[in-house]
Write a protein of this length. Sequence first.
Length: 156
Amino acid sequence: MRTFILSLLFLFTATTCLNAQQGDQATSLTDNPNAPEISFEKTVHDYGTIVKGGDGTCEFKFTNTGKEPLILSRPISSCGCTVPTWPKEPILPGKSDVIKVTYNTINVGPINKTVTIYSNAVTSKVMLAIKGKVVAAPVETVPEKQNEIGVAPVNK
């Protein structure tokens, strides 16, 4: 019984300490007036209608509007058909850069995908979205010449 009570006391103490540490980390970014801040020109890109096999690359331009360097973590896309490319080096205050998102336009149908960007900014998680529609390429046809029956060619 004594061991059980000591185990419960240890678990309670450990849980309380861990929660206190996590709470301090969560408020440290919002309390820092110099913290980096990420500002996007747009968070949604509409491809409109794009032909199957077409260029599915778009760019999301952002600026570090904070006072400390901005560091982006690995972005996470909602599926394997959407591949983000991001700057690996810190973005200094006042500087801009782009995140490129490439959608594989091999499948016909609607596009509705997201890319989640994680960073050390005050707003540490930002969702970027792409939308549109992939359509099949138009089939090219060659017009045929119609010959009228009973008409002879004219030789000069």
